[in-house]
Design a protein around this ligand. Structure first.
Ligand code: GLU
Length: 547
């Protein structure tokens, strides 16, 4: 077979050589040891929560080493493409504080290794395809859909492995004349890889997360270019990762089965094989067994966390604890440190699948919010509420100082309060501070004598002085307790419960319900300071009137 003639026949319009293309993508000038990583999504319109894992790893590895992290849009499958999906991807990651140094971005593209959209690189792929044909490593296949189904059916009947390989690969050894005839007839063709693999053999491979692995060789003559000349993902990504000088490919483990083919491709093209990190898939517990977190599961889409109001910081904290086994320990020792100060290490990544756990995420989120400053919490809430809760947005922006005072309660102490887990929790939490949201949700338990309750509340209003400090404030509650036959100390009551009607904690509960409408609230002394004397006492007087 005259492969040169075949390559000219198939690609008459390709005039460039791979060498010329290589010259357009010179080696990157980066410090020793710098890693080049990429995120290479297909714009299918759904950003999976799980994609945060490879993205965060890629980002950390690149930026920790002075390297480059870029975004490549893998849009070679027009059937799966969704309009605007690429901007969704960019915006989703931006809201997580993940930015790309190169690639597709809001204003278009940046970087010297583009185009970063595969659909714009057809000529590049075809140049390499032509070279493979010249070297006898790829060939045209004119099989129709019907022929391919017939092959499948026959394979099924014979219980043979499915696929286009060996004796089933009808056009693998077609001669030049046959190809010429088919082309003269205007028949469409795909370009296939001529696999030299054998399923009796295994390829040995070291994945930086999974360690040494062995996978059966690929013997399928996979499609490299579709009949419209557009490459498959497999072919395109090998060329792109080479030309864009990717040093570390970080991606989901669902790509592991394709690895033997990818390795063959890199070798056939004469490319250096990048290092691989295949990240385990995210699992969930269902009916006592582990299952893949699928698209339909609650929390599978990244947008869910945004609309619920999980701070991006919390979600990233959570992902980090799953990604690096020593992260949690580091965070405990450095509660205020920036996440990026943590020395991320590939060695601390687990080879087995992480279990998605909302409780853990919620715990982390409460802790994360508790350690934020009131200003930061305020800014985040306003940003979220603008889109998802306009009532809250209006209340918070009407008087930002007031909102910040509320958010300051218990903040900055060694054991900060953990009332908020998501921004959706904010409105119920701050409602008591806004007359338009204030509701009495709790009742004073019926086992207390109504007259005692009334008296306690009245005495409180009579003795309240806004100049009291927290100790003086509480001392007055004790006096009220004693006067009404309640124990001034809880422990006294516990010792001799029959001697008292209740204890000082009950008096404070009466006031809390009258003032906040709830049995649980932030520190009452602080609440009254923020509400001010007039509003506080008017709420208590209202409660008295309703007893
Ligand atoms: N475009 C592939 C995807 O949609 C990327 C696989 C890779 O990272 O190599 O997941």
């Amino acid at each position: 077979m005259d492969y040169n003639a075949l390559s000219e026949l198939l690609f008459p319009n390709i005039k460039k050589t791979p060498e010329e293309i290589e010259a357009m993508f010179p080696p990157r000038q980066l410090p020793e040891g710098a890693k080049v990583t990429r995120f290479a999504p297909s714009p299918t319109g759904f950003v999976h929560f799980g994609s945060l894992f490879p993205t965060m790893v890629g980002e950390r590895l690149a930026h920790q080493s002075g390297g480059v992290f870029y975004l490549r849009i893998e849009d070679t499958d027009a059937k799966r493409e969704v309009e605007g999906a690429d901007m969704d991807i960019i915006n989703s990651y931006a809201s997580y504080g993940i930015f790309f140094d190169e690639g597709i971005c809001a204003g278009g593209e940046k970087g010297n290794y583009g185009p970063y959209r595969q659909s714009k690189r057809a000529e590049i792929y075809q140049t390499y395809a032509k070279k493979l044909v010249e070297e006898g490593k790829a060939y045209p296949c004119f099989c129709t859909e019907e022929e391919l189904s017939a092959i499948r059916e026959e394979q099924e009947a014979l219980k043979a492995n499915p696929g286009y390989y060996g004796r089933w690969a009808k056009y693998r050894d077609a001669d030049l004349e046959t190809v010429k005839e088919k082309m003269a007839d205007g028949l469409p063709f795909v370009l296939r890889f001529r696999s030299e693999g054998n399923i009796e053999n295994k390829i040995k491979f070291t994945d930086l997360i999974k360690g040494a692995i062995e996978i059966t060789e690929n013997d399928i003559d996979h499609v490299l270019l579709k009949s419209d000349g557009i490459p498959t993902y497999h072919f395109a990504h090998a060329i792109d990762d080479h030309l864009m000088h990717t040093t570390h490919v970080v991606r989901g483990e669902e790509w592991l089965p394709s690895l033997p083919f990818h390795v063959q491709l890199f070798r056939a093209l004469g490319f250096k094989i990048p290092k691989y990190l295949h990240i385990s898939q995210l699992m969930k517990m269902e009916g006592g067994s582990k299952k893949k977190l699928s698209k339909r599961d609650l929390g599978a889409g990244l947008s869910y966390y945004v609309s619920e109001g999980y701070p991006a910081k919390s979600v990233k904290e959570y992902v980090m604890t799953l990604l690096n086994s020593n992260y949690e320990e580091w965070r405990a020792a450095n509660p205020k440190a920036d996440m990026n100060d943590f020395a991320f290490s590939i060695k601390k990544m687990s080879a087995s699948g992480s279990l998605f756990d909302f409780d853990k995420l919620n715990d982390i989120s409460k802790n994360t919010i508790a350690h934020m400053s009131a200003d930061e919490v305020y800014d985040e809430i306003v940003k979220w509420a603008k889109e998802y809760d306009t009532e809250l947005y209006d209340l918070f922006t009407r008087d930002s100082e007031y909102a910040k005072r509320i958010l300051s309660i218990g903040r900055g102490t060694p054991k900060p309060r953990k009332d908020l887990c998501i921004w959706k929790d904010v409105k119920p939490y701050v409602g008591l501070f806004y007359d338009e949201l204030f509701k009495v949700e709790a009742e004073i338990p019926a086992n207390f004598d109504k007259e005692d309750v009334k008296k306690a509340l009245t005495m409180f209003t009579e003795t309240y002085d806004e100049k009291d400090d927290a100790n003086e404030w509480f001392a007055k509650l004790k006096v009220i307790a004693e006067k009404l036959g309640f124990a001034p100390e809880t422990k006294l009551y516990k010792k001799n419960p029959d001697d008292y009607k209740g204890h000082v904690g009950d008096i404070s509960m009466f006031i809390r319900i009258a003032l906040t409408g709830k049995t649980n609230s932030p520190d009452m002394y602080e609440v009254m300071n923020i509400l001010g004397k007039e509003r506080s006492l008017s709420r208590i007087n209202n409660a008295i009137a309703n007893i």
